[in-house]
Design a protein around this ligand. Sequence first.
Ligand SMILES: *Cc1c(COP(=O)(O)O)cnc(C)c1O
Length: 457
Amino acid sequence: MSPSFSTRTARRDAAVRAAVVRGLLDPVASPVAAFVDLTGIGESAQALRAAWPAGLDVLHAFAAKANPLVPVLAALRSHGLGCEVSSPGELAQARAAGFAPARIVLDSPVKTRAELASALAEGIAVNVDNLEELARVDDLVAELGTRMPEPRIGLRLNPQVGLGGIEAVSTAGRTTKFGIALADPGNRERLLTAYRARPWLRWVHVHVGSQGVPLELNAGGVGAAVSFAREVNRSRPGQVVGIDLGGGLAVLGDDDADGDHRDHGPSFADHVAVLRRAVPELLDGSFRLVTEYGRAVMARNGFVAARVEYTKTSGGRRIALTHAGAQLAARSAYAPEAWPLRVLAHDSEGRPSGAAPEVQDVAGPCCFSGDLLARERLLPRLSAGDLVVVPDTGAYYFSAPYHYNSLPMPPVYGFVPEAEGAVRFTILRDAETLDEVVVRSGGGHRDPGRGASPGNP
Ligand SMILES: *Cc1c(COP(=O)(O)O)cnc(C)c1O
């Protein structure tokens, strides 16, 4: 591969230019599309695996919610990762991507009995969220008996170590909805009793939260899980064999920056270094491990590109009206302070724009005023026909579209650089057609009086 493609930035710029040449960002037919850096996926998976000490038994189960596109999951599988799923849809996506049951971990606070039964029967790892769910698993374990493959069942603990910077994605506050609250009165004893009574309960699960959780807070939660596991093992040696430490490595700053490590956010190796200091027993080989990173694996490996359709000035404010907005970036539209996005200006040919910088807003196509990708941002002056590029959107953005205003989902292309300047594209998700939009809107049931009557005798 040419050295000019050695950075994500260089690959992204080449892909934007090539996508224009190839007609993938046609102003009329396809004014918005998303792109996945397939080379970057390999690099991220490699960095993740290399960060953990060789010789440890670690399953890196990618959190599917961060990017559940089946070809993305399949690429991650081919690079040696497993898959963490939290819904029937994500489990179906993981299966479609070819993950073996032994490489899948099922989390979710609201699993049905049927979901639990099939997961246990297949040998998928299950993390139990609460004591009522545990009672249900008791019944299923008794029913399945020896038909159950070697079970990998854990309880999700809430270590109650505190919230990160974004409450909505913090999961270890005192009253957070996830897991069993370790420090609530009586719970530690209750949990120890639960493990003592169930020799098949051999894992401990914790996930402290996502973006906004500092490494030290994360390590505090993982440490609480490990010390609980060791307490179980003191009375029943060897019972807890594994720790699932969740995900939550933040993606911060600017991967294009040349500056120090703060500009790029923490790496997987930084996380391991903090864990090694705070929780040495995690890495001493006495436990098997599962990790559940999502954002840190995929965020940098995707971007959105969209045409500017019009520009205007309103009350002195310059606004570029583009085809990318809340349908692809719901969190950033509704909570812009918590979820800021970078926006890059490219000209109509796809090259980085050389226009003079100007303060402007970058708006999306949805019919509410908050549908903005950037407010009062200093950017090269955007004109109709230009492109806006939104980097670092490979996790939790275009792969989790929002159906407001019934905007069709844009196509997603994977790309790989070939020779100097050339880029090969493959389709990862087709553009949604308007017929498909109608179908997902109940289009098959046009006559409400005459439709089928589910549940009626
Ligand atoms: C969301 C989630 C993850 C992944 O979080 P990231 O911030 O994307 O790494 C992992 N485990 C569980 C249980 C989750 O809910």
